[in-house]
Each structure stands twice: as C-alpha cells, then as structure tokens.
Design a protein around this ligand. Structure first.
Ligand code: IMP
Ligand code: MG
Length: 178
C-alpha cells in the first residue's frame, strides 16, 4: 500500500462524525428531529452516510435515507466539469428538511446541482460534507457542516475512490500518483 499515505485515521473520522451529528441535531426543531431526510450522493458518500445516520440516531434524530447518483469524474483525478444525474428518486420532499450528504466538496459543481434539484422539489436543504477542499472551489456554495477542511490533494478511502479502487479502506489517505 505504498501508493497511499495515511492522513485521517478511522478513530479520528469516527470522533468527528459523532461531533457533526450532535451539531446537526442541535440545529433541528423537535419536528425536524422526528423526520430528517438524509439524501446521500452515491457512490463516494456511502460509508460516511452509513456512519452518520447511526450517529444522528445516537444524537436523537430519526432519519429517512434516500440516494442520488451524480458523477463528474470518470476515471480521472481531474473533474470533467460535467455533472450527470443518473438517479433522482426522492419523493415527498415538499416542505421536508433535507440533509444533503457528500464525501468531498471540491469545485462545488456536483453539490450545487444536487442542491438545486432538491430545492426545486420543495425541500429545505442543508449541506454536510466530510471533506472540504476550499482551494478548488469554482462555484459559490457554502456547506453548513464540514468534517475536515483539507489541502488540495487527491484522497481515497472511507468510501472515496480512485477509478473505483480503495473505497473499502477504513481510513483516508493521500494517493501518491505516478
Ligand atoms: P465537485 O463537483 O468538483 O465538487 O466534485 C466533488 C466530487 O468529486 C466528490 O464528491 C468526489 O466524488 C470527487 N472528488 C473530488 N476530490 C476527490 C478526491 O480527492 N478523491 C476522490 N474523489 C474526489
Ligand atoms: Mg462524489
């Protein structure tokens, strides 16, 4: 595994996910705590979301989980800039409080696109990302909850891939290219 330099350990991630869940629940009304719709962006956010919904439960929220799939990457480490939506199933979002969950906020194109779709469906949306790379931002978008702010380097693990590899790593590491 010399291609990966460890960056965020499984323990550090778990501790931060617990804190995030408590911050998120603290900002919800009693009604919202009873029906928080968590919309997870596939594939990268699936591991983070699995831990986050359990932490949200622990923090006192009841959630409904929905998934959407967006892709802007292909197999490259640079975004193509084109966002495609290959599934948009959530129903009954009118008036719902939605927590939109993604792995990484990079250029911001994917999340801005997803947020717009959910708002058009009548949801009140908050954004939660595990990792934020503010140096890479190309569109204006402000996340409500950020796990870790990180430098502009390519990361893998904890659900995050490089060409579909490394999602299963329990920690997050930097990919050493070349
Ligand atoms: P954005 O539309 O440029 O913000 O794209 C964000 C998406 O790009 C993330 O959800 C990831 O799927 C992918 N991405 C951005 N940076 C990385 C990285 O360092 N490793 C793996 N995927 C990344
Ligand atoms: Mg993604």
């Amino acid at each position: 595994m010399e291609r990966i330099s460890p960056f965020l350990s499984a323990d550090r991630i778990a501790a931060r996910v617990g804190e995030l869940a408590r911050e998120i629940v603290a900002g919800l009304s009693e009604t919202q705590r009873r029906d928080l719709v968590v919309v997870v962006i596939l594939k990268g956010a699936f591991v983070f979301a699995a831990d986050l919904v359990r932490a949200l439960h622990e923090a006192g929220a009841r959630t409904r989980v929905e998934f959407i799939r967006l892709s802007s990457y292909g197999d490259a480490t640079q975004s193509s800039g084109v966002v495609t939506v290959s599934a948009f199933p959530p129903e009954n979002l009118s008036g719902a409080r939605v927590l939109l969950v993604d792995d990484i906020l990079d250029t911001g194109r994917s999340l801005r696109h997803a947020r717009t779709l959910l708002e058009e469906a009548g949801a009140e949306v908050q954004l939660c990302v595990l990792l934020d790379k503010p140096d890479r931002r190309e569109v204006e978008i402000a996340p409500d909850f950020v796990g870790f702010t990180i430098p502009n380097r390519f990361v893998v693990g904890y659900g995050i891939d490089y060409a579909e590899e490394f999602r299963e790593l329990p920690f997050i590491g930097f990919l050493n290219e070349g």
